[in-house]
Design a protein around this ligand. Structure first.
Ligand code: UDP
Ligand code: LCN
Length: 837
């Protein structure tokens, strides 16, 4: 990738490009005539570079052009839309930044164009009539958002909490009037009608400040570890209630933090203060689709890492809440509910039970609410792509606002199971985020959303080609729901930076929603701003009671060893009798290390790719065996389109590369304790974990393997590229370059043969990386702090929030509802309507 030696920071690309084109005019004329020759088309960066290569055949000449400003612009091009004689470039010089220019291929003149003009130009390729329709619907969420501050540096993206504390400190600074929102917030704190921290006697900033001075003196008279009860009455007389701390020392510290924040707020102290305020007891988490259960669900369609993430998240949040509440000197029981779908035809799982206590928690539950249609309860599982018609009824929304005229299934449940309004709602994935958004609007509750994976980036050009893909995926609904949720959320939790803003070469998942178009439906000129401080990175961890290092001998789950031995080595290949098979292939040489992978058998997971790399690489086959855990063997056992195709591909690869004796394919495994021990048994063979996905949003298996001390090779496309520092805490592999990747794995095992310590070193550095950055404890602490800080900001920024919300509601009413109606419901014929037609 070329750096930007010639572009002056003050110049736009539109200003500097004409000169750059002039300097290489001869080559560029050839190049541009190649761009436009095939007629209208959309080119990605790679296509642009291929054409440059063909146009400038002399390597040195080409090098010269590419080293200059032109090279920089072309290399930073995200895509180029060709409508002869023009080529419009969407240039992304840095994560989060986009600049558009239009070049006339005949005379190489350049015009700077707006994002809206670029999208319109691009639409000409797909739907000319829509592109030239002056009344085409343009969606612009930024137009409704002018008082919220924005970050300016790409490097600060995802660090929103930190920035919000700075911004809020500056807003609260200066006078007692400026500090009044903080007072109002504290006066509003209560739990089941009981005031917390302060009561109405302290109804002005000056009274509060004065009372704090006296209170500090009162508390100072007690030993540091004196319990709150010892001085509770004295404090009450001054206007103070419970919630400051459990001991004299903690109470005094919290009081000092508040006094200092009222006097002259500092970001770090303010954030610390908010981490102590008792404002969070009840949390509701939404994850409607899939089979959401605790046993026997993994491996079922749409039921992967999201379930693992949420259950671990609940355990971590509950533990952190219990700790916080104790430190606040309170005794409330925190409650966390996970609201999901009740599936009457639950296929042997517990997904037809209304309530289930969450294992490993004291106060948390799964609550299931069925999807209802006019005909009653929907009995069967439906794909995550098809859930949209049920969500409105599933959610509770604003009864008093007339635009929601539905029943309140999910909310009724929440209030039934919780004795008061939740303090925080968390959505998961497009459907959960939409339901959580509707409920947050209705009940006025702070909302955090999580995407796990936004589908838009998974399918190339899924926005412009939405009409083609809609019958199968209903992306029109999904992308609209995503827009609604992103713009309703008070904060967005992401697992990595790349999820928000990608890398230098690849746009982030959220970034791909900044500006996009669905011709015939709407042109989103501003969907979300990745510089919005609502974005925060809080990476998940892996349950360390399940995934712990193979070296912790006394903790090892040795009772699983016979079963694991059988799983890996039992010399019986029953793939001939596919219907009853649980494995395919066998391992002849048991002394070889094992390279291991485990995933759902989706195309994007690329387990078939890994099998093929292995099949082709004789050196690797000599060094190691390959074991994969994935899906089923019998295609008739699956009702998932993609999985069936992958199963068939696996069978053909086994035959094509004659893998028997070196390769074992084990069916999906749902016992996570045994899986944890399986990773460790692979580590005992001095093997490695391989995550070869074409794209992985985060990649829980990567951190599970690393937690077990298994050296890990993971895709450089997506989250794992950030989890692993290449060559330091593991290795990156390129899923699009199988030969290079399989050679990299082979090189590692060759090196391990000559350097006995190398394997141990990579195992240890992987673990170190996990402990520093990827634990649920770090996660839970961050998320609760977000709930606290953004909850306050929501109140400070009330008017702006309301304005934006009205726009979101209009979008929901006018767009989403019509789209959802078009998604077929089993047993019904959809009433086909074309939104904004
Ligand atoms: N998993 C499992 N059995 C399988 C395949 C996967 O238990 O046969 C678990 C795996 O251990 C991990 C989760 O499912 O906890 C997959 O999460 P990941 O983030 O890797 O991928 P996702 O399925 O969410 O795309
Ligand atoms: C969904 C995915 O695709 C994975 O990459 C994540 O690890 C998982 O969810 C949990 O967030």
């Amino acid at each position: 990738m070329a750096s930007a030696p010639v572009l002056k920071r003050s110049e736009t690309i539109a200003e500097s490009m004409p000169d750059a084109l002039r300097q290489s005019r001869y080559h560029m004329r050839i190049c541009f005539s190649r761009f436009v020759a095939p007629g209208r088309r959309l080119m990605k960066r790679q296509h642009v570079m291929d054409e440059v290569e063909k146009s400038i055949q002399d390597k040195n000449e080409r090098q010269k052009v590419l080293e200059g400003l032109l090279g920089y612009i072309l290399c930073s091009t995200q895509e180029a839309a060709v409508v002869p004689p023009f080529v419009a470039f969407a240039v992304r010089p840095n994560p989060g930044f986009l600049e558009c220019v239009k070049v006339n291929a005949e005379d190489l003149s350049v015009d700077g164009i707006s994002v809206s003009e670029y999208l319109q130009f691009k639409e000409m390729i797909f739907d000319e009539k829509w592109a030239s329709n002056e009344n085409a619907l343009e969606v612009d969420f930024e137009a409704m958002d002018f008082s919220t501050p924005r970050l300016t540096l790409s490097s600060s993206i995802g660090n929103g909490l930190n920035y919000m504390s700075k911004f809020m400190s500056s807003k609260l600074r200066g006078s007692s009037d400026a500090a009044k929102p903080l007072l109002d917030y504290l006066l509003g704190l209560d739990h089941l009608g009981e005031n917390l921290m302060i009561n109405q006697t302290l109804d002005s900033v000056s009274k509060l400040q004065a009372a704090l001075i006296v209170a500090e003196v009162v508390v100072s008279a007690f030993p540091k570890d004196a319990p709150f009860q010892d001085f509770q009455q004295s404090l009450k007389g001054l206007g103070f209630e419970r919630g400051w701390g459990d001991t004299a020392e903690r109470v005094k510290e919290t009081m000092r933090m508040l006094s200092e924040s009222l006097q002259a707020p500092e970001p770090v102290k303010l954030e610390l203060l908010f981490s102590r305020i008792p404002n969070m007891f009840n949390i509701v988490i939404f994850s409607p689709h899939g089979y959401f259960g605790q046993s026997d669900v993994l491996g079922l369609p749409d039921t992967g890492g999201q379930i693992v993430y949420i259950l671990d998240q609940v355990r971590a949040l509950e533990e952190e809440l219990l700790l916080k509440i104790r430190h606040q000197g309170l005794s409330m029981k925190p409650q966390i509910l996970v609201i999901t779908r009740l599936i009457p035809h639950a296929g042997g799982t517990k997904c037809n039970q209304e309530v289930e206590a969450i294992f490993g928690t004291k106060h948390s539950h799964i609550v299931r609410v069925p999807f209802k249609t006019e005909k009653g309860v929907l009995p069967q599982w439906v794909s995550r792509f098809d859930v949209y018609p049920y969500l409105e009824r599933f959610a509770q929304a604003c009864a008093s606002i007339s635009f929601y005229d539905f029943q309140f299934d999910a909310a009724d449940k929440v209030l039934e199971y919780m004795d008061c309004k939740p303090d925080l709602l968390i959505g998961n994935y497009s459907d959960g985020n939409l339901v959580a958004s509707l409920m947050a609007q209705k009940l006025g509750i702070t909302l955090g959303t999580i995407a796990h994976a936004l589908e838009k980036t998974k399918y190339e050009d899924s926005d412009v080609k939405w009409k083609e893909l809609d019958p199968k995926y209903h992306f029109s609904c999904q992308f609209t729901a995503d827009m609604i949720a992103m713009n309703t959320a008070d904060f967005i939790i992401t697992s990595t930076y790349q999820e928000i803003a990608g890398s230098q070469n690849r746009p982030g998942q959220y970034e791909s929603h900044v500006a996009f178009t669905m011709p015939g439906l709407c042109r989103v000129v501003s969907g979300i701003n990745v510089f919005d401080p609502k974005f925060n990175i809080a990476s998940p961890g892996a349950d360390q009671t399940v995934y712990f290092p193979y070296t912790e001998k006394q903790k090892r789950l040795t009772s699983f060893h016979p079963a694991i031995e059988e799983l890996l080595y039992k010399n019986e290949d029953n793939s001939e009798h596919i219907k009853h098979a649980w494995n395919s292939g066998y391992l002849e040489d048991k002394k070889k290390p094992i390279i291991f992978s485990m995933a759902r058998l989706d195309t994007v997971k690329n387990i078939t790719g890994l099998t093929e790399w292995y099949g082709k690489n004789a050196k690797l086959r000599n060094l190691v065996n390959l074991v994969v855990v994935a899906g089923f063997f019998d295609p008739s056992k699956s009702n998932d389109r993609e999985e069936i195709a992958e199963i068939k591909k696996m069978h053909s690869l086994i035959d094509k590369y004659q893998l028997k004796g070196q390769f074992r394919w084990i069916a999906a495994q749902s016992d996570r304790y045994r899986n944890g021990e399986l990773y460790r048994c692979i580590a005992d063979t001095k093997g490695a974990f391989i995550q070869p996905a074409l794209y992985e949003a985060f990649g829980l298996t990567v951190i599970e393997a690393m937690n077990c001390g298994l050296p890990t090779f993971a895709t450089n496309q997506g989250g794992p590229a950030e989890i692993i520092v290449d060559g330091v805490s593991g290795f990156h592999i390129d899923p699009n370059n199988g030969d290079e990747s399989s050679n990299k794995i082979a090189d590692f095992f060759e090196k391990c043969k000559t350097d006995a310590e190398y394997w141990n070193k990579m195992s240890a550095t992987g673990l170190q990386r996990i402990y520093e950055c990827y634990t649920w404890k770090i996660y839970a602490n961050k998320v609760l702090n977000m709930g606290s800080v953004y909850g306050f900001w929501r109140q400070m920024n009330k008017e702006q929030k309301l304005l934006k919300q009205r726009y979101v509601e209009a979008f929901y009413n006018l767009q989403f509802r019509n789209l959802a109606r078009n998604v077929p419901i089993p047993g019904f014929t959809p009433s086909v309507q074309t939104p904004s037609s």
